[in-house]
Design a protein around this ligand. Structure first.
Ligand code: KG4
Ligand code: ZN
Length: 336
């Protein structure tokens, strides 16, 4: 299966086999193109996908030592995301599928993140999923491919968005998550008392915008913040995010254990899952909840083509494929 991902600021192509071998993995991050703007510029992203995608597909096929005729299908992200970019990848996939008479699989980007754990580990349905990325922060029960029950989500910012905005406030650059994590390594997480909004509630909702405001106010109250102040603030922020995610996921684990008693796994997916402090904190929670924590390797947590190819395999194995006129979608919830 060839997988194409172009929904945000990574152009990514991979070839994956149904026996879970990654035969090719090609990725270009556009971070340098967007850095001057402190965030992803949709038009620049779409143009960059156009410039590189053809070449990268050629590279991936060469790495895999395959011709298009050897493939069983073409999977591409069809949403949600920046729709200009999504169209670039999806149209390219449609062209290859049409010419080589191959099945087309239009993959929901979030489903790509959600199913990656089944490529890299022995994870059976149902499982509890914490999906934390730049655009999404949700707790879901994954019952089957295509069958998701949402337990809760953010009422304002996504967790990755909070990392990105905080990095900007602290002058740490873009993308924010890795920058905050690096700065926090030299900081004291208990130096500043930041809020943990929404914790303690019976539901599984999140909120991060108040935390971001608290970071801004704390910064403004420091007369002349030096590098150590910034490191301490980054560490305090990162700890607050980890605490919120762990507490909210703990609530979801209770609901999951009751409603899906046969479930065994807590899976974390999306770019923020690359964060080591968060992984360690969730490990403790999983043990306490009698669930096994599964976090794919960091390079498969941030956006990539492997997850799209794998989701394509999982869908095609269940007879799910899409017509050549399937649309690109800016919005596409996994579950209501
Ligand atoms: O899944 P992803 O690559 O793209 C989306 O689908 O959104 O996630 C990107 C997000 C960004 O907000 C980025 O700052 C965050 O994941 N991120 C991290 C780390 N690496 C990436 N957040 C915290 N710690 C990290 N190490
Ligand atoms: Zn993503």
């Amino acid at each position: 299966m060839l997988g194409i991902e172009t929904s945000c600021d990574e152009t990514a192509v991979a070839v994956v086999s149904s026996d879970r071998q990654v035969l090719a993995h090609v990725l270009h991050s556009q971070h340098e193109d967007h850095r001057p703007f402190g965030g992803v510029v949709p038009e620049i992203a779409a143009r960059s996908h156009v410039e590189r995608l053809d070449t990268m597909i050629g590279q991936a096929m060469a790495q895999a030592e395959l011709d298009f005729g050897d493939l069983d299908g073409i999977a591409a992200t069809a949403g949600p995301g920046l729709v200009g970019g999504v169209m670039v990848g999806l149209v390219e996939a449609k062209a290859i599928a049409a010419v080589h008479k191959l099945p087309l699989i239009a993959v929901n980007h979030l489903e790509g993140h959600a199913l990656t754990a089944r490529l890299t580990g022995e994870v059976t349905f149902p499982y509890l999923l914490l999906l934390v990325s730049g655009g999404h922060c949700q707790l879901l029960v994954v019952e089957e491919v295509g069958a998701y029950q949402k337990l809760g989500g953010t009422i304002d910012d996504a967790a990755g968005e909070a990392f990105d905005k905080t990095a900007k406030l602290l002058g740490l650059g873009f993308p924010g998550g890795p920058a905050v994590e690096r700065a926090a390594a030299d900081g004291r997480p208990d130096r500043f008392a930041l809020p943990r909004p929404m914790t303690g509630r019976d539901d599984c909702e999140f909120s991060f915008s108040g935390l971001k405001t608290a970071v801004r106010q704390t910064l403004e109250n420091l007369p002349a913040p030096d590098q150590q102040d910034i490191a301490d603030l980054a560490a305090s922020f990162q700890q607050a995010v980890a605490d919120i995610l762990v507490e909210r996921t703990g609530r979801a684990a209770e609901i999951f254990r009751q409603g899906w008693p046969q479930g065994r796994h807590l899976v974390v997916a999306g770019g923020v899952a690359a964060n080591t402090t968060l992984r360690d904190a969730l490990d403790g929670l999983a043990r306490a909840s009698d669930l096994e924590l599964v976090v794919p390797p960091a390079r498969l947590c941030t956006d990539n083509g492997v997850m799209i190819a794998w989701a394509g395999i999982e869908r095609l194995q269940r007879g799910l494929q899409d017509p050549l006129d399937v649309p690109a979608r800016a919005r596409w919830p996994l579950a209501a």
